[in-house]
Design a protein around this ligand. Sequence first.
Ligand SMILES: Cc1ncc(COP(=O)(O)O)c(C=O)c1O
Length: 402
Amino acid sequence: MVDDLVRTPAAVADAERWTAHNYHPLPVVISSAEGAWVTDIDGKRYLDCLAGYSALNFGHRHPALIAAAHAQLDRLTLTSRAFVHDQFATFCRELAELCGKDLVLPMNTGAEAVETAIKVARKWGYKVKGVPHDKATIVVAEGNFHGRTTTIVSFSTDPDARADFGPYTPGFKVVPYGDLDALTAAVDETTVAVLLEPIQGEQGVIVPPEGYLPGVRALCTEQNVLFVADEIQSGLGRTGTTFACDHEGVVPDMYVLGKALGGGIVPVSAVAADKEVLGVLRPGEHGSTFGGNPLACTVATEVVGLLKTGEYQRRSAELGARLHADLGALVGHGLLAVRGRGLWAGVDIDPALMTGRTACERLAERGVLAKDTHGSTIRLAPPLVVEESELGWAVEQLAAIL
Ligand SMILES: Cc1ncc(COP(=O)(O)O)c(C=O)c1O
């Protein structure tokens, strides 16, 4: 790092001293933020081109979201679901309408929402589809990332995420992502769901071939299988549409949402589906103390309100076109490939030049925060409030380190 970071090294060492090393963060210690920018404890500013893995789609401390949170903090923060509170129905209705679904089940983290979807799909399989008890299978894709619980890592294909955490939960089949024939071959009478990311984020922003998602939709409809779209990272404006599935006019049976739903303030996740699907749950079968709490509902209702304006989807589409054009010009000049949609890009650095980690360290020195994945890929996902000039500047920094 550059010499003027005085307090940072000690703060990084202190953090390492007191926590399990389940992350390998860049040596940047953030203390405040606004919009697309963060400031570290030494007063250095960075353009946040990770945006909390898309949890900060609306930027840091969006004024409308902060105002809603403040107002709610002064009234009511937690009730548990043992009682109804006055923000609950509004949030569920607003999100259900945004998704075009009948019902919403709120949780907290993304992994919990994925677990919810898995449980709902299995129960739907037994109660509605008529799959023999304990025989339900769910088909997932190679390279998936759906979270960190023991069941979810059971069907991960990433050795770092999976190894040494067995015994694994049975009931999952893994097929290559983007391969409709392989998926078709994997579906049988025990299949209750196909669980997919419409764009694989952690894997490096992998966009499936055109026609894949509509093909999955058609297959699921034909075989009476639920299409569960994990839009935790791809959804809520990130790709230039409300959901990444929208690009191909595909409507899944269940949306799994998280990250940006909490407005960068509180963890809020949810599953949205029609009555025939989410209606299978009965009292006592699933829940969460914090899921759907008043603070979460208020902030998330405001998030849905921001999305209903269409402004953020439009910004992502327009600025994303600029981002991809600028990045595309670097292919052959230090970049091997660029993928993605909207303000979301997976950028493959020529490994002969440097690793993704080194690239991110060098970008941080120049005031741009990004995160590497799988060796030489870096992900760019700036908040959707970023300005065009700031984006141009960020790509200039990337060009400079290459
Ligand atoms: C597609 C997808 N699903 C699920 C998750 C898990 O979300 P959380 O970390 O909130 O549990 C993530 C997180 O990166 C994700 O990208």
